[in-house]
Design a protein around this ligand. Sequence first.
Ligand code: ZN
Length: 389
Amino acid sequence: MRAVKHRGRRTGSVLLALAVAAVVGIGVGVVEQPFYPDAAGAASTVTAGQPVAFGTAGNYGSVVGAKLTEPIVGMAATPSGSGYWLVAADGGIFAFGDARFAGSTGAQRLNQPIVGMAATPSGSGYWLVAADGGIFAFGDAPFLGSIGGQSLTDPIGAIVATPDGRGLWLLPVPPPPPAGGPAVGGLIISNLAELPGNIYPRGTKVAALTFDDGPSPVYTPQILQVLTQYHVPATFQVVGQEAAATPGLLVQEKADGMTLTNHTWDHTDLTKLGPSGWPGEVDRTSNLITAITGQPVKCLRPPYGATNGSVVSQLAQRGLGELMWDVDPSDYLRPGTSVIVQRVLSALHPGAIIGMHDGGGDRSQTVAALPAIISGIQAAGYTLVPVCN
Ligand code: ZN
């Protein structure tokens, strides 16, 4: 994004002002407010934790490349403007330029994540605020009150200090969507528009990345690294015996915010499995995933996509959804990195469930293709979402 400002022009026409406001996405009646035309168009390439500077604001550093356990959620500038702090969701503080570290909640156990920060006028202190309105004061920041511990109808999303540092505002924001998706037991899902509750109405520009046949000690960590770098969720179809061999990878997948589903114990063709085989192939795998991650398993993807009425019925009895896909780049055939990228992006459509592989063989092409796949999907205006979460 270029750091060039464009200024809206005041006009005498209310209708035109409304139209301008609608097109550029600014508040109605605030025609004089600066706006950035590219903000409403295709996604610009920005990186989480890397400040984007305008005007005289300098770039004093970022957390890009650092291994963070929590995402960066806020920042505040020093009084000189020659530095800033970044704050992570656990209250960890990163100081750049002339910003000085005055303490953090990085080591504390918080009930709610930190969502913002504000600096004192001296620059020798700051406040952090959690989503429940809890305030944490550091350095010369005075404690002025808090609504932490109360039950709030909407979470707090921002904190702003008065210039004298003796007052604070907290801003409630809309609550985030629920962490868990809808119940999907007994359903067959090959497109996100098929999820119950109409959470992604047909035509919504969402897509899901799904990875089968892992965990792989070689490729799963590489895929997780790309996904976390882009802050993108994905859904992993786990082979039970691989998970039993490398349970730490499931812990990592869960810690990275991924959704895990069942892909049978040893990648069996369920259409050839009698009912007596299901506990050992399917229940055993779900139980293992839940035992390692503490998360219920809501879906199974049948190996080879092999399914029939009997498979669907067995899944329904277990309250499992059948997770299929509708974009298939055949990455497991290793057609070449650029071919994998091209196949995914050319087949991208609203609600797409993209089937790829993190295990079961050499997945280096899949790993190499992933950054361009994610960038291309986002550049097309799509949001990547989990499924069966
Ligand atoms: Zn498979």
